[in-house]
Design a protein around this ligand. Structure first.
Ligand code: ADP
Ligand code: ZN
Length: 734
């Protein structure tokens, strides 16, 4: 009889692996990293086989019910990565493996037997061994250049007979594997590399050296928008492939447009595999197969592509590395950037982070003495100027009698563009999830005296800090200027559209938000319509901030910078700077120069002033001063613990129990500098009838606070049946 150890997805704090018997009818189908279905706590769950075991010393041993996959997309390296995730994100090994392997394939697809040379890295050596066998040599060359052909196809292309291929298979120089058919049509014609600018050349040379080095390394490429970062990526990838190693390129889901994909495919052809959420599980499997067998050498995808089963990973590129979408919002709440660093370490690979507005933490790590090397590109291609940015003080508009959404300056600029047949974009931040209270007369925002975080207005009319729980009544008059124009705010895209139609009845308006783009492909359709010349004004949310490259756009209006600026979050200044810079980058990408108008009640805020001057460094230094004063990251580490349940009293009770436990454990561990903040209502206090409260652990040492949380988890066990507990290590927002 065979017995296996299976990792299942269980609440953290419990044992994480369990033993099962392999019934006779399944023996031979199960091995390390098989995905199986097993009975657990009265139901059937999926888990991963970690290995065979001795007969366990148990009275009752249950049977494996079904083999879901003989081999999930896991390997020893990815298993080590999973173990790291368990330590880093306080999840179970089952959860980590589930996250890495993804969902099972679902409906079976047809596999075929194809020829691959997985050890492409030794290609040259292999070839030199074949000087006396010219036919074999030729066949091997073809197989190295075009992996994934069927045996007969390879024979035909290399103009040899199939026994020649059999000889190579027998020598182990080639392998025949079962693989899914590729999902993408043939690639577009190859486009050769561009002639690099001097800045690009310097950066590429440094990266080539790093890639050649046997040591892992990480680099931050800080390059202004339009400085040509993509060409740098392509060159670094090219060099990696020449060494027989694979590359993973992550982009935010939203920038994974057909143009982006074509740009890679026109350079690397079928060697590009695509992984993103719009693919069916079957399609993802087909792509993962091509990656695992080395038919695909470049993986282009969104966040979860960081787990691509590459056997020979050499380079990981994360474009727009500051994007919060690289953080997974379900457990395990990993950050693709941190996972990338870990995978690079496991593979002696290189990580390249690119952005025009790096995350504060990333830039801090790229300072002298830090773990990242810094690469900079300050020039736009063709010396195109950065757009001119004008800040409009909405308090003065109010004083002048204009109570509308659009300042006079923005109205004038829009009218001008319409007259000139140029395009404009109006940017509106996604309505802040919380209601922030602002004095429209002086711009004062109601803030927590302890946390310097905007207070949130709750239904009971009380203002609360959702970091520390501080509460105060909503004032009738502004504590700063005595004015009475106090209100919570947030305008929707629909309101903006109505207003545009009222002001400019004849112009064409397109609106892009979650409502108008919920259908698959509709996002791209809208953009195509706008760039083809249909619409003259595009109104949109976050979605339009990134990657949009429409040369005829000469005006970008930011309806209100305040929504992001006053998000109740310690990263709100950073988000504002990033967003304004990204949005401004949409203007003036063609021949004509661009103009940006930013409306705000807080025109002196350093995020806005530095964004106006395209001055990341000044922003960075100011923001670091704030972070240091209030001990926010990178000057501390945080863990957020979220409690949710249908009964608010239960939720609060659980949070209070945890607060006591954490405080006690902290004292036992001697972590005097650790702070336990809360319990406080979460940023969104209720979702789908579930109440949400949170605790925050803050401390100078990440390992130390994780340890405190881990001990509490073990003690909590399954104590609170009605309350879900979720752990977020290094939350991107609180
Ligand atoms: P970024 O990602 O830094 O914002 P892109 O990579 O999108 O910039 O490049 C901006 C534009 O410049 C693109 O149209 C690109 O094709 C072009 N470009 C990049 N490098 C070069 C080069 N060396 N010579 C000519 N054009 C280039
Ligand atoms: Zn507070």
């Amino acid at each position: 009889m065979q017995y296996v150890e299976v990792a299942v997805s269980v609440p953290v704090g419990l044992n994480q692996t369990f033993h099962y018997r392999v019934p006779a009818n399944l023996s031979g189908q199960v091995s390390r990293f098989s995905r199986v279905e097993v009975p657990f706590a009265g139901r059937l769950v999926q888990g991963f086989v970690l290995g065979f075991s001795d007969p366990p010393n148990l009275k009752m041993i249950k049977d494996v019910k079904r083999v879901v996959e003989k081999q999930a997309y896991l390997n020893e390296e990815l298993f080590q990565l999973a173990q790291w995730m368990v330590q880093r994100y306080l999840c179970s090994i089952g959860d980590a493996l589930q996250t890495i392997a993804g969902s099972p394939a679902g409906a079976a697809r047809v596999k075929e037997r194809v020829i691959v040379a997985i050890d492409g890295i030794d290609g040259d050596d292999k070839l030199t061994g074949l000087v006396r066998a010219p036919k074999q040599r030729r066949a091997l060359e073809v197989a190295l250049a075009s992996p994934g052909l069927k045996k007969s196809e390879l024979a035909e292309l290399a103009e040899v007979s199939t026994p020649v291929i059999d000889a190579l298979l027998a020598k182990g120089l080639l392998q025949e594997v079962e693989s899914y058919k590729k999902i993408m049509p043939d690639p577009p014609p190859r486009q050769e590399s561009l002639q690099l600018t001097p800045e690009q050349l310097t950066v590429v040379n440094q990266l080539v050296n790093a890639i050649n080095s046997p040591k892992p390394s990480a680099w931050l490429l800080h390059g202004v928008t339009g400085s040509g970062k993509t060409e740098v990526y392509l060159r670094a990838i090219e060099h990696t492939l020449n060494l027989g190693r694979q590359a993973i390129v992550l982009v935010p889901e939203i920038s994974l447009t057909p143009q982006m994909v074509e740009r890679f495919r026109s350079r690397f052809g079928d060697a590009v595999a695509l992984l993103h959420s719009a693919l069916s599980n079957g399609e993802k499997y087909a792509e993962k197969d091509r990656i695992r067998t080395g038919q695909a050498m470049v993986v282009l995808g969104a966040r979860s592509a960081i787990f691509a089963p590459t056997p020979k990973l050499g380079l990981i590129i994360i474009d727009e590395e500051h994007e919060s979408s690289y953080k997974q919002d379900e457990s395990p709440k990993y950050h693709a950037r941190e996972v990338a660093l870990q995978r690079a370490a496991l593979n002696q690979g290189v990580v390249l982070l690119g952005s025009a507005t790096p995350a504060i933490e990333s830039y801090c790590r790229a300072r002298p003495g830090g773990p990242y090397g810094l690469l900079t590109m300050t020039q736009r291609i063709d010396q195109r100027p950065l757009p001119r940015v004008q800040i409009v003080d909405m308090r003065q508009e109010l004083a002048g009698g204009n109570t509308g959404i659009f300042s006079l300056a923005l109205q004038r600029a829009l009218a001008q563009r319409l007259a000139r047949q140029e395009k404009s974009i109006l940017f509106l931040n996604r309505r802040g999830f919380a209601s922030i209270v602002v004095c429209r007369q002086c711009g004062q925002v109601m803030k927590c005296p302890h946390c310097d975080i905007s207070l949130t207005l709750h239904h009971d009319g009380i203002l609360r800090c959702h970091y520390c729980g501080h509460r105060t009544a909503n004032p009738r008059v502004c504590p700063s200027c005595g004015g009475k124009a106090i209100r919570s705010f947030g305008v929707g895209t629909q309101r903006v559209e109505e207003e545009v139609r009222r002001l400019f009845p004849d112009c064409q308006v397109l609106r892009m938000d979650a409502d108008t783009t919920s259908r698959k492909g509709s996002h791209q359709k809208l953009l195509d319509e706008f760039s083809r010349g249909g619409g003259q004004i595009l109104i949109g949310t976050q979605m339009i901030a990134k990657g949009l490259d429409i040369p005829q756009v000469t005006l970008v209006g930011v309806i209100s910078a305040d929504v992001t600026l006053h998000m109740p979050d310690f990263r709100s200044a950073e988000r504002t700077f990033q967003l304004l810079t990204q949005v401004a980058g949409r203007a003036g990408r063609g021949e004509k120069s661009g103009e940006v108008i930013i409306q705000t009640y807080d025109p002196e805020h350093f995020s806005i002033l530095t964004a106006r001057n395209h001055d990341f460094l000044s922003f960075y230094h100011k923001e670091m001063t704030h972070r240091k004063a209030l001990k926010y990251p990178p000057f501390s580490h945080l863990i957020k613990i979220l409690f949710s349940g249908l009964n608010e009293a239960d939720v609060i009770a659980a949070a209070e129990w945890w607060q006591d436990k954490l405080t006690a454990i902290k004292h036992e561990c001697g972590g005097q500098e650790i702070e336990i903040l809360g319990p406080a209502p979460a940023g969104i206090p209720k979702i789908k009838d579930r109440w949400r409260w949170q605790l925050v652990i803050k401390g100078p040492d990440s390992r130390e606070i994780r340890n405190v949380a881990r001990i509490a988890l073990a003690q909590a066990g399954i104590r609170f049946k009605q309350v879900a507990v979720s752990i977020d290590v290094d939350p991107v927002s609180l």
